[in-house]
Design a protein around this ligand. Structure first.
Ligand SMILES: C[S@@+](CC[C@H](N)C(=O)[O-])C[C@H]1O[C@@H](n2cnc3c(N)ncnc32)[C@H](O)[C@@H]1O
Length: 212
């Protein structure tokens, strides 16, 4: 599916909404009227629309970066598994020198580009599975909600270990999902967030961690 068609679909069908409690950031977000099923009908490659929402891990990490801009200010940042781009946008707003955002889903790449423009920040998108190779030249990797499946978690942990050995700092935001590598983490902050799929009146605890 071509990138321009995806962009037009997003602009036409996913309203721009402020992120709860991070009203500085506005994102295209799917709602009941968005009709994402039409994408699945038209595109056999269409997967789960992670990019159409923000997740508990991304929300908590975005909060943290904006509360503690010194964690990324002046540094080259990578948002790994960027989805909507919420974490990369927060990093850019916090003063990161450059921001890369990587995802394996072309729908995420189109969304990140639209959301970056909406929020007036520059993000260099990468359509790639970076876990299979070398990281770009960055000082800090921000990982929002990437530990939701065992096989993915295993591959992400191996990649993060490789990055750590190169002296790259790693920040993780996660609402305590099953495959979070708890024994490797140092808790930096906790926030209550509204995770995707949860009742909008409820929040759940989520943490920001240094991977060590
Ligand atoms: C649960 S979503 C989180 C999105 C965003 N970080 C947030 O917290 O709102 C996970 C994202 O990781 C992406 N992803 C999955 N495997 C990946 C990989 N190997 N490399 C890069 N992105 C990946 C998915 O396409 C999806 O957009």
């Amino acid at each position: 599916m071509n990138n321009e068609w995806i962009r037009q679909f997003i602009v036409a069908n996913l309203p721009v909404l402020p992120v709860p409690r991070i009203t500085d950031i506005r994102l295209h977000k799917a709602g009941p009227q968005s009709g994402l099923r039409r994408l699945a009908e038209r595109d056999p490659q269409f997967g789960s629309p992670y990019w159409a929402h923000y997740w508990g891990g991304g929300l908590v990490l975005a909060h943290y970066l904006l509360d503690r801009p010194e964690s990324v200010a002046g540094r080259r940042a990578l948002d790994l598994g960027a989805g909507s781009g919420i974490v990369g946008i927060a990093a850019a707003k916090a003063g990161a020198a450059t921001v890369h955002a990587a995802d394996i889903d072309p729908y995420a790449i189109a969304t990140i580009e639209l959301n970056a423009a909406l929020n007036g920040v520059a993000i260099n998108t990468m359509l790639a599975d970076l876990t299979q190779g070398e990281p770009p030249e960055v000082d800090v990797i921000c990982v929002g909600d990437l530990f939701y499946e065992a096989a993915l978690a295993e591959k992400v942990i191996a990649f993060l270990d490789h990055c750590l050995a190169q002296g790259i700092d790693i920040l993780i935001g996660d609402p305590w999902r099953a495959h979070l590598p708890k024994s490797r983490l140092r808790l930096l902050a906790e926030y209550a967030v509204q995770d995707f799929g949860e009742d909008t009146t409820r929040t759940c605890p989520a943490g920001v961690f240094a991977f060590e």
